[in-house]
Design a protein around this ligand. Structure first.
Ligand SMILES: Cc1ncc(COP(=O)(O)O)c(C=O)c1O
Length: 366
């Protein structure tokens, strides 16, 4: 009966999400586990956002606004674009799939870095597209090699900036050169899920390229610094012809009314976003200091996670940490054995992670 399943799916591995806190606690019979595995915000939604969502609850007997009209207008105003170029989805994950749905014919190619966000290969395979992976260079996108991998079959280039799982960025002058060098009929997708956390002047804003010669899509999300991952809401800015195509195939009510209300309010929280970005960079600085003390190499990050080389088996280490109530990602999933990808938590969570990491490193020494 397997032949009933669509061609191409056999090749796709299910997404392996970070394990939920409640599940880990139940399975291991522990309490007060902390999750530093999915690059979520360790803080809740902003208080005023919770209020806005509460208010919207009384009307959930109605379907949401299928066009996310007010949210799209708010995003458009904030970014200085027309609302007709904005698209909202169930997280940027859904928008990645929709982009593949509307852009890729079987055999079309999509260029991406490797390792990078693991959803890109999945959405390309789903459409029977061809994945063209370009190895990272010094943990960063090699934009020159990526441009060199473009053929007449290339439809999409994914630029994950900052890159997940390395936390590295490509710089403005590199992107300028890249955009100059590529053909006009290739869509460039800037996945900027962590953009609000970047505190580096050389970081380019994908929005600066939307009026250039190539079609550009900029994806952002409320799942990270806004602390709304559970709501599943993200957005994109894209040329009208792509937005129109997406509107043909997306679910009619793909974004909940509570999600829309929360996101609209959260877009007004610039001060709070800045404060969280500052806290994140303090958290990174603390982790670096502790990694240095423990003699561990890491990739300096511009996002809310960091890839650290622990010098021992990553699966074993993450299992040991899990038993201690600290949930992190083992690097092997991304092709980085002996590394962990750890999300920046609250100061207390970061301390606890370091304490347990130090303990497991001590007992693992042979
Ligand atoms: C680079 C990148 N893009 C997109 C996403 C998806 O985010 P969401 O679907 O929650 O908006 C993530 C989530 O981890 C990510 O790391």
């Amino acid at each position: 009966m397997i032949e009933l399943i669509r061609r191409g799916l056999g090749d796709i591995k299910p997404y392996e999400p970070g394990r939920p806190i409640e599940l880990v606690e139940k399975e291991l019979g522990i309490t007060e586990a902390i999750k530093l595995a999915s690059n979520e915000s360790p803080y809740g939604p902003f208080p005023q956002v919770i209020e806005a969502m509460k208010k919207s609850l009384a009307a959930v007997n109605r379907y949401p606004d299928g066009g996310s009209t007010f949210l799209k207008e708010k995003i458009a105003d904030k970014l200085g674009v027309s609302a007709s170029t904005v698209v909202v989805g169930q997280g940027s994950n859904e928008l990645l799939r929709l982009l593949a749905n509307v852009l890729l014919n079987p055999g079309d190619e999509a260029v991406m870095a490797n390792p990078s966000f693991i959803v890109y290969p999945t959405v390309v395979k789903l459409m029977l597209g061809k994945i063209v992976e370009v190895p990272l260079k010094d943990h960063r996108h090699d934009l020159e090699a990526m441009a060199g991998s473009i053929t007449e079959k290339t439809k999409i280039v994914f630029i994950c900036n900052p890159n997940n799982p390395t936390g590295t960025i490509v710089k403005k002058d590199e992107v300028d050169r890249f955009m100059e060098s590529i053909p006009e009929n290739v869509a460039v997708v800037f996945d900027e899920a962590y953009s609000e956390l970047v505190r580096d002047d050389s970081y380019p804003n994908g929005m600066d390229y939307i009026n250039g010669k190539s079609p550009v899509v900029v994806l952002r999300t409320f799942s990270k610094v806004h602390g709304l991952a559970g709501l599943r809401i993200g957005y994109g800015v894209a040329p009208e012809f792509i937005v129109e195509a997406i509107n043909k195939v997306r679910e009619p009510f793909n974004v909940t009314s509570v999600g829309q209300a929360g996101a609209i309010c959260s877009l007004d929280c610039d001060t709070e976003v800045e404060e969280r970005s500052r806290l994140n960079s303090e958290g990174l600085a603390y982790l670096y200091k502790e990694f240095d003390r423990l003699g561990l190499n890491y990739v300096p990050s511009h996002a809310n996670f960091v890839l650290v080389n622990i010098g021992i088996d990553d699966r074993e280490a993450s299992n040991m940490l899990m038993k201690k109530g600290v949930i992190v990602r083992s690097g092997g999933i991304f092709g980085y054995p002996n590394r962990l990808r750890v999300t920046v938590g609250t100061p207390e969570e970061n301390k606890r992670f370091i304490k347990e990491l130090e303990y497991i490193l001590k007992i693992s020494v042979v």
